[in-house]
Design a protein around this ligand. Structure first.
Ligand SMILES: Nc1ncnc2c1ncn2[C@@H]1O[C@H](COP(=O)(O)OP(=O)(O)OP(=O)(O)O)[C@@H](O)[C@H]1O
Ligand SMILES: [Mg+2]
Length: 319
């Protein structure tokens, strides 16, 4: 099933809330926004929300998938062309930039843009002018740019794959969506939201998540982020409608902890043995240090619930 694009982003974690706060501030301006984040973290959803919250909301929102722009046609697709400009140009054609006049141009997967096209895009960003292929005079377009990528564009610049000047032009206000594994409290929220929504969509009774099932889901690292949560919910609604979902009902990759491979063995008991309680205190301290004191995230690193971690903090009098 599809989700209507202008629903707001769900989540109450401090990590997501900070991004959404910045997004609301920048939405009302005209400055370019660069949305970064792993696949499935909601970049397109955020881009849509930025447009909807902007004074341009009644104008068009035109999405260009930069990964699918063929180098040879890119200029004509972006800026349009006049009839007869090249073989096959049978009619005047308006480009994406002009289609977005008065609205927003969303450059999705901007990191995939071929270098030759990056230069052309920069020209438009600097001057607001574009020139349809085969037309002598420049045209003006009033367009707000939002770009998104799951690449680290600063690294791409360093590697010579992305123009530095274009990066600076796009990166006026960077918004980076955190991966789901770093916003633990949003996992349960999203699960329940999508389960209810999908059940309603299919006219099925919602399944319920057993406490142990929720623990597995909290611990899992969600490489596909929110998209993966939604897909799991769809599967669970269909397979377990009206029932309680136990860990055994979860897909194997979520249910079974990753087995350490030969090159990276898990913890090995040394022949001389260990002091288990000291080891536990040390691991808890390390987890808290790694997460800058965030107890929910530290608990997840240790495969514990937050309550269990709190109990152990008290037991060992860890500050
Ligand atoms: N915070 C959120 N609340 C609710 N739904 C979300 C949220 N974030 C993402 N989604 C949903 O997850 C799915 C993936 O989101 P989206 O397509 O915006 O991700 P993306 O970052 O653009 O991914 P990709 O890099 O793979 O293109 C969509 O169905 C979207 O509606
Ligand atoms: Mg996307």
């Amino acid at each position: 099933m599809t989700r209507s694009a202008n629903e707001p982003l769900i989540g109450t974690s401090p990590e997501l809330s900070a991004v959404l706060r910045a997004a609301r501030l920048v939405a009302i301006t005209d400055v370019p926004v660069l949305v970064q984040g792993e696949s499935g973290t909601g970049k397109e959803l955020l881009a849509t929300a930025l447009h909807q919250d902007s004074p341009r909301r009644n104008g068009p929102l035109i999405t260009v998938n930069c990964a699918a722009l063929p180098e040879t046609l890119a200029e004509s697709l972006l800026y349009g062309h006049r009839k007869g400009a090249f073989t096959g140009a049978h009619n005047d054609q308006i480009g994406y930039v002009m289609q977005a006049d008065g609205g927003t141009l969303f450059l999705d997967e901007v990191g995939e843009l071929p270098l030759a096209i990056q230069a052309k895009l920069l020209r438009f960003l600097e001057s607001g002018e574009c020139q349809p292929v085969g037309q002598g005079v420049m045209a003006k377009a009033d367009v707000r740019i939002i770009a998104a990528t799951n690449r680290d564009l600063a690294k791409e610049v360093a590697a010579g794959n992305f123009r530095q000047d274009l990066f600076y032009r796009l990166n006026v206000v960077p918004l980076t969506l955190p991966p789901l594994r770093e916003r633990g409290e949003d996992i349960a929220l999203l699960l329940h939201h999508y389960t209810a929504q999908i059940a309603q969509h299919y006219d099925l009774e919602s399944p319920r998540y057993h406490k142990r099932t929720l623990q597995h889901l909290q611990r899992y690292d969600w490489p596909g982020n929110v998209r993966e949560v939604r897909n799991l919910c769809e599967r669970m609604v269909i397979l377990c409608s009206g029932r309680e979902i136990h860990p055994e009902n979860l897909p194997q990759e979520i249910r079974l902890p990753r087995t350490p491979d030969a090159a990276n063995p898990g913890f090995q008991l040394p022949p001389e043995g260990v002091r288990l309680d000291e080891l536990e205190v040390s691991l808890i301290r390390q987890a808290l240090k790694q997460t800058a004191g965030n107890q929910s995230r530290a608990a997840r690193l240790l495969g514990l619930t937050r309550d269990t971690l709190l109990y152990r903090l008290k037991k060992y009098a860890i500050e």
